[in-house]
Design a protein. Sequence first.
Length: 521
Amino acid sequence: MLKSTNTDYLFKFSIVTAVYNVEPYLSEAIDSILSQDIGFLESVELILVDDGSTDASGAICDEYQHKYPENIVVIHKPNGGVASARNAGIAVARGRYVNFMDSDDKLTPDTLSSVYDFFIEHDKEVDLVSVPIFYFEQKNEPHRLNYKYASDKAQVIDLTTHYSYVQMSSASAFFKREALNDHTFDTSLRYAEDSKAIMELLLENPQYGIVPQGRYLYRARTSMNSALNGSKSHREWYIDCLKNYIFWALDEAKSRFGAIPDYVQYNVMYDLQGRFKVDEIPETVLTPHEKTIFLKMLFDAVFQIDDHIILEQKNLSMELKDYIMSIKKAPDSGTLQFDDKSEDAWFQYPDLSTGHASSYQLRLTSMELMKHDILLEGAAKIYLRFPYPANLFLRITTGHTTHMVKCCFREDPEHVFRFNGQKLAVFLKFTAVIPYEMFSGITHIEFCWDCDGHTICYHSLHRMSEFPLAYGQQKLLLNKKSYYATLSSQMLTFEEATPVSKLKNHTLSVLRRVRKICYLK
């Protein structure tokens, strides 16, 4: 697209907000725009598109419009979905840059000024600028795609090299008005209309800006009644989204470039991974025939994704990555390999390996100091393509002495991982009792399982919030003896508190504090 420096706009920004039955949240959303430090009256146009609301949302829109008649435009229309509402807003937008904030979300006060400054500096390079998403209300955490803002530096991203830096939300993005047409959002899509609109721009210009200084605040509703929360209960999410977005993106990329660029593949696979996390498709959503069509479409799409793109997905579980590979590589569905030296196992395909057993997660949930022993509890994840464990055990090493402590274990029915009704992985809840007499000097505790006669050692230990021992060191009293306990990703270590160890641990503690002070400076 040709870039211009057209300044014939009445406002710096037009915020187009589709409004549908959001009475409890709407004022808070609007107020976040009114309080922008760029100056609402001189810089911002707010377009509220009442998409056939049946509550007081329309009246709230009108109330704000009466207060700010020069800056707020209200459109009342019959319900047609978020895509049609946004298109209606684009048609009347008079701002140089356009955003599509949802009507229950918010922008932090400096977001528009930060984005505007970036656009002015890089106007000829990008058509799109993105800010990080942070959840609020039901949960308070960053969005899973916020890794692209890790450097905390505003910059231009070139997707031909940073292909995993996908942008799928139009609510957290800001568009040049000249890059949008009046029908930017595909009204045939109930889901992924954002992704398609953005992909159309990125196929033209695979560069966009990221501005970590801004923040989009996404309301994770306590009531859980937003559109995305119910997506898995609608046919459109399974069939229409694949047909009108996924295959559109793949086909459009191939027709333009003769091959599918990595950034398109990564974007598509990121979108598809949610379908693999559905345990079982409800019969009330898809008929058996539609389910067959959906599964065929799903794997037809995956077959067009390069292996490395699938394996690099940051939010796709290890068992799902291997399961997808086993389908892609059929009839060669992978050979189980053991390495007794590294105490590991994996599935080997002709050109890659997946699912290393040592990397599956083991969660530590409790540690209770009893009169004569320690009671340890946790849960170990098992991928069911591996032989089922003959037993789980702790390997306790003190000097040249090694003890094996068997665990009592059972499947946790609340943590079973399935796809299309097929059980892929489970967590095994375990309990182990370690007598104090096994502790002496420096004692290492490793967590292992017997896989068809081969020992597999977990190298991904995670402490749950209720586990009393944090990462790092902690002093404990075991059978009237003091020990320094250390938790790492591979083992628990207990070191008896002797004059030498006390000096060593004091020195390490001082060094950690010094490093922390230097880091803060």
